[in-house]
Design a protein around this ligand. Structure first.
Ligand code: ME8
Length: 508
């Protein structure tokens, strides 16, 4: 039986159409999901939308529509965006889905019945846009430490979750699972800023707005958005009504989130799961932010374009590649169209596209496009073949450590070696000498086989391009096992005509 891999993105707020920052997480999760599928895992990749809360209620009100009408439009747009980015999710959850709503009510009731949720009064400082409560000491200049906006004092009857009860078990879990929170710096931040000062019980219901899941047994309350939202990772699997998918996929292997919401995923979420008696996720990775001109991607600043504009201008794989390759995974990075263009030109057009095009063209020119490997080897071949043979393992190590940009760079490095191999062996000179024909066939075979192996390894990252390459090669050897060793490309294969993969983008 295949080993399972359950990976999630955050469920995003449909308060406005999604931007390149949301694409960033979703593309990376997609690449990891595709990589795991390629390597033989039974993958469940989930994304979705977090549709309740005061912020959305307000936005809808301003737009003169109901909250549901408001979010429906954005979700339609999001689904189109994910399609144009080739996102291969297995499930898209909406927190307004009937199943989710019913299941959250049951989760809340269960926690209440067992005494983990109790009724009290809440007085606190609340940031509406972030939907977060803060203590006085956490504020920065009296404002929300996350977004810098005004906070308001709220006092209301509310239900509380006994977070404090789970503090010791949580710390123990961190100690026993050193890879639970990555990168490591985020774990220290959690311990120092939030856990060691002492966890306070968490307010988990609201009466100040109505756009949310009503508490079943006290319907003037709605469930606090983070309890509603975090539950998505298990309600989608049927919890608590049906355990078929839960048995198969839970616990999650990887919750991929932006660094600002690590806190919710490594404190509130594990404590909720402990209370429910469920295993905890294996890993939460908090990646950095994509910035524009060094600052936030912001609707109010109007500093971003619809991501489809980049896709239409440069192609889906240019955008995917840029998101995956440009920023060291975990750090903040800048997004700019110039950098996207320059990355596309250097890596995709020059290194990859040019290599594939000239190799396939030479095979057509010199051998009518028919592969042949007479095995007339020379010393220079070994270096290339060794590199290609090691690549699978190196990529595996990098991907297992979630060093996505480094995994890609390793593949690029091999492609650059292929280009160098062409420049050094100068096939066009060999072609002039009939006695060198077999040597020429061998070296073209080496190149085509290297391209095949790289294309398969690139398929999680730039799936369309990888497919185009494999189609041009016309090979049936496209699965992961076929790259265990060099030399599986069929001999006597008639290649398809070469097609340009990436045109160089002219810069103004
Ligand atoms: O926080 N750079 O939703 P959200 C990188 N609903 N990633 C970015 C980004 C940027 N500039 N901007 C957004 C929520 N993201 C909650 C989540 S989960 C149970 C509930 C990505 O719409 C990144 O993954 O504010 C970040 O964590 C997420 O979008 C925030 O999305």
């Amino acid at each position: 039986m295949k080993e399972k891999f359950y990976i999630t993105t955050p469920i995003y707020y449909p308060s406005a159409n999604f931007h390149i920052g949301h694409c960033y997480t979703t593309i990376i999760a997609d690449a990891i999901a595709r990589y795991k599928r390629l390597t033989g895992y039974d993958v469940y990749y989930q994304t979705g939308t977090d549709e309740h809360g005061e912020k959305i209620e307000k936005k809808a009100h301003e737009a003169g529509v109901t909250p549901k009408e408001y979010v429906d439009k954005i979700i339609e747009d999001a689904e189109d965006l994910w399609k144009s980015l080739n996102i291969s999710y297995d499930y898209f959850i909406r927190t307004t889905d009937e199943d989710h709503v019913r299941r959250v009510k049951k989760i809340f009731k269960k926690l209440y019945d067992q005494g983990d949720i109790y009724k009290g009064t809440y007085e606190g400082l609340y940031c509406v846009p972030c939907e977060s409560f803060w203590t006085e000491s956490q504020l920065v200049d009296g404002k929300c430490p996350d977004c810098g906006r005004e906070i308001k004092l709220v006092s209301e009857e509310a239900y509380f979750f006994k977070l404090s009860k789970y503090q010791d078990r949580l710390v123990k879990y961190y100690e026993e699972h050193p890879d639970f929170i990555l990168p490591l710096s985020r774990k220290n931040e959690m311990l120092n800023n939030f856990i060691n000062p002492g966890l306070e019980d968490l307010c988990v219901s609201r009466t100040s707005f109505t756009w949310g899941i009503p508490v079943d047994f006290d319907p003037k309350h709605v469930v606090y958005v983070w309890v509603d939202a975090l539950s998505n990772y298990i309600t989608s699997l049927g919890y608590p009504e049906d355990d078929t998918l839960m048995k198969k996929y839970w616990p999650a292997d990887l919750h991929l989130v932006g660094k600002e919401i690590v806190r919710f995923h490594v404190i509130i979420w594990p404590c909720m799961l402990m209370a429910l008696g469920l295993p905890l996720p294996k890993q939460v990775f908090g990646h950095g932010w994509l910035k524009i001109d060094g600052g936030k991607i912001s609707k109010s600043l109007g500093n971003y374009k619809d991501p489809r504009e980049y896709i239409n201008a440069y192609g889906v794989d240019a955008v995917r590649y840029y998101a995956l390759r440009e920023v060291p995974f975990g750090s903040d990075g800048n997004f700019s169209e110039e950098a996207l263009v320059s990355r596309t030109n250097s890596d995709l057009a020059n290194t990859l596209g040019n290599l594939v095009n000239r190799t396939i063209s030479m095979e057509h020119k010199y051998f009518d496009g028919i592969t042949n490997n007479p095995r007339i080897f020379e010393e220079i071949d070994n270096e290339l073949i060794d590199k290609v043979n090691n690549l699978k393992k190196i990529v595996e190590e990098k991907m297992n450590g979630l060093k996505v940009n480094e995994a890609i760079e390793e593949i690029m490095e091999v492609l650059r070696s292929c280009n160098k191999y062409i420049d050094e062996t100068t096939p066009w000179t060999l072609a002039k000498d009939e006695s060198k024909k077999e040597r020429l066939a061998t070296l073209l075979y080496n190149l085509l086989e290297s391209i095949r192996i790289c294309a398969i390894l690139l398929s999680p990252f730039i799936p369309d391009t990888a497919n185009k390459i494999l189609e041009q090669l016309n090979t049936k050897e496209t699965n992961y096992e076929s790259i265990n060793e060099f030399g599986k490309l069929e001999e006597g294969l008639k290649l398809n005509e070469p097609q340009i993969l990436f045109n160089r983008i002219e810069t103004k």
